[in-house]
Design a protein around this ligand. Structure first.
Ligand SMILES: C[S@@+](CC[C@H](N)C(=O)[O-])C[C@H]1O[C@@H](n2cnc3c(N)ncnc32)[C@H](O)[C@@H]1O
Length: 260
């Protein structure tokens, strides 16, 4: 992989891209007037993809994969609905309220984490764990810099703490009862067809299924609930002892383990 900038970067953007290259331990390539194809011809490392830092944020391009960039997508609509006094199936199933500490064990593109962060409010805390390094980086930087024009949404983005790594390790490092809610949304064995906002995720996400060890750790860390999202046809809820919360308007259900 190599890191570069959009064309005609200012000094700040070039410095930022150099910093990302150092963090990733990969070469920084000056853009000059090159096309991305031209850069790829000159740098062997580009075969694994090019991370481009531009004024609008980061974009990762790799052959055979959808370009990856941060966008709040459906979370923007869901937060607006909450702002107008409406509900959200995840927030309701998880029972998340102002001041809560939430661990999102499968951050992905950060849409659920963003809704949970809005629901937990300025007095709450949301940690979002992501195993894929590129997803982690793109979402971390997007949450820091994306400007939606909606101050409440932007503030909820800035409050999310992204963590790179395996959720099992993150949970193991947390004390007993140190979060209100622990949430899992692993990649479904059966993808939800037509979910355009999830398509780029498929190229980068770790396709690990949820293990009993991670659920046991989640039960230890959660004070109130462990929550799982999965396809309606999934047997994971019953297999792991989750009470199923059916949703009537989407392909997914939630599962809840209440902690006494
Ligand atoms: C279906 S996506 C989550 C989507 C997310 N809820 C959202 O709203 O964007 C699942 C994500 O969990 C990540 N993941 C899978 N197994 C993981 C693990 N053991 N630890 C941390 N992240 C994991 C995948 O890389 C993927 O990005």
């Amino acid at each position: 992989m190599i890191v570069t900038t959009a064309e005609k970067p200012d000094a700040g953007l070039a410095e930022y891209a150099r910093g990302l290259a150092a963090e990733l331990g990969c070469p920084y390539a000056e853009r000059r007037r090159e096309t991305l194809t031209g850069l790829a011809r000159k740098h062997a490392g580009a075969a694994d993809g090019i991370l481009v830092a531009g004024p609008q944020g980061l974009r990762f391009v790799a052959e055979g994969a959808e370009p990856l960039f941060y966008h709040p997508s459906m979370a923007q609509i869901r937060v607006k609905r909450l702002m107008e006094g409406g509900g959200d199936a995840l927030v309701e199933a998880a029972g998340v309220r102002a001041g809560d500490v939430v661990v999102d064990c499968t951050a992905g593109l950060g849409a659920d984490a963003l809704v949970l962060s809005y629901a937990a409010g300025a007095g709450g805390r949301v940690m979002a764990v992501e195993a894929s390094r590129m997803l982690y980086l793109i979402v971390r930087e997007g949450l820091r810099g994306y400007a939606s024009g909606l101050p409440e949404l932007d503030e909820a983005m800035r409050r999310i703490e992204m963590v790179h790594g395996e959720n099992l390790q993150t949970l193991r490092a947390m004390p007993d009862g140190s979060a209100d809610v622990v949430y899992f949304d692993p990649m479904f064995a059966r993808p939800v067809l037509g979910s355009a906002s999830l398509r780029p995720l498929r190229s980068y996400a770790e396709e690990r299924s949820l293990g009993a060890d991670a659920i046991a750790e989640a039960r230890r860390v959660a004070r109130r609930a462990v929550v799982l999202k999965d396809h309606k046809t999934s047997g994971e809820f019953e297999r792991h002892g989750f009470r199923r919360v059916r949703t009537s308007y989407s392909a997914v259900d939630y599962g809840v383990i209440g902690i006494q």
